[in-house]
Design a protein around this ligand. Structure first.
Ligand SMILES: C[S@@+](CC[C@H](N)C(=O)[O-])C[C@H]1O[C@@H](n2cnc3c(N)ncnc32)[C@H](O)[C@@H]1O
Length: 249
């Protein structure tokens, strides 16, 4: 999945949630001072900023395929080594890092097992590989209401529930397939309570990710119908939950 949008658009759509997720995933990965850590699929840097706060910028590297996100990351965190690259072909040597972490990325990889295997390769033996993906299958992501409304109005709508890692236990399966052992699974939770419907809805019109692309492809009437169905459903939205896994390289 290509993210050809600005870092600011991403922040308004998803970064506002991933910033809150980042310390939890860093804790799960056991990130502590003195380590060297790689952020895989960093986007414009929600997790990267958390890693820099813990480790200092010269101990943090990032790999991200979107040119716009790499540019945003380099501007925001100039001391971080940021490479334009996909998880499946990381431009780093074997065992360079104490941990490699992918926050909300595995489900967008073209080949998740190959991506995780690469993460393990660049992590030193005994180091940690960790990842998380929203519980899209359980309708517990911050955009679950959107996909519920879209499916109601358009049964052919392809939501994110069947993507890699988006249902319980699947991340761990992928880790195992990638040869990563000593697995531990966890559930991460983000408080979800948008200040208003408009504040929640407006970022869907910025073209970010599968949901943004879905909205962009609708005509004006269909978009208004979807928006109004979301407005009806939003008050019942559940908390936002991500499946997480960590293992040892
Ligand atoms: C939902 S964003 C998550 C960004 C950031 N990790 C965060 O938590 O805010 C998904 C990111 O995965 C990146 N991505 C897509 N395919 C990828 C791949 N094959 N390898 C690494 N990153 C990928 C996208 O460009 C995007 O930046």
């Amino acid at each position: 999945m290509a993210f050809n949008v600005t870092g600011d658009a991403y922040d308004r759509f998803m970064g506002r949630y991933s910033r809150v997720l980042a310390p939890q995933l860093a804790d799960l990965a056991g990130v502590t001072a003195g380590q060297r850590v790689l952020d895989v699929g960093s986007g414009p840097g929600a997790l990267t900023a958390e890693l820099v706060a813990r480790l200092g910028d010269d101990a943090v590297s990032a790999a991200e395929p979107s040119a716009k996100f790499v540019a945003a990351l380099r501007e925001r965190l100039p001391g971080v080594r940021a490479e334009q690259a996909a998880a499946e072909a990381l431009p780093f040597g074997d065992g360079e890092f104490d941990a490699a972490i992918a926050q909300l990325v595995v489900h967008f990889m073209a080949d998740p097992v190959a991506g995780l295997r690469e993460m393990a390769r660049v992590t030193r033996p005994g180091g940690v590989v960790a990842a998380c993906v929203w519980d899209h299958a359980g309708e517990r992501s911050p955009i679950a209401v959107f996909w519920r409304a879209a499916r109601e109005l358009d049964p052919g709508a392809r939501d994110e529930s069947e993507l890699a890692g988006a249902h319980e236990g699947h991340l761990a399966e992928l880790f195992r397939e990638a040869g990563i052992g000593e697995l531990e699974e966890a559930v991460l939770e983000v408080p979800f309570g948008p200040a208003s419907f408009e504040e929640w809805w407006e970022p869907f019109t910025l073209g970010v990710g599968p949901a943004g692309e879905y909205v962009a492809a609708l005509d004006e009437d269909a978009r208004a119908t979807l928006r109004e169905r979301c407005r009806e459903l939003l008050p019942g939205a559940p908390r936002a939950v991500a499946w997480a896994a960590r293992g040892v390289a």
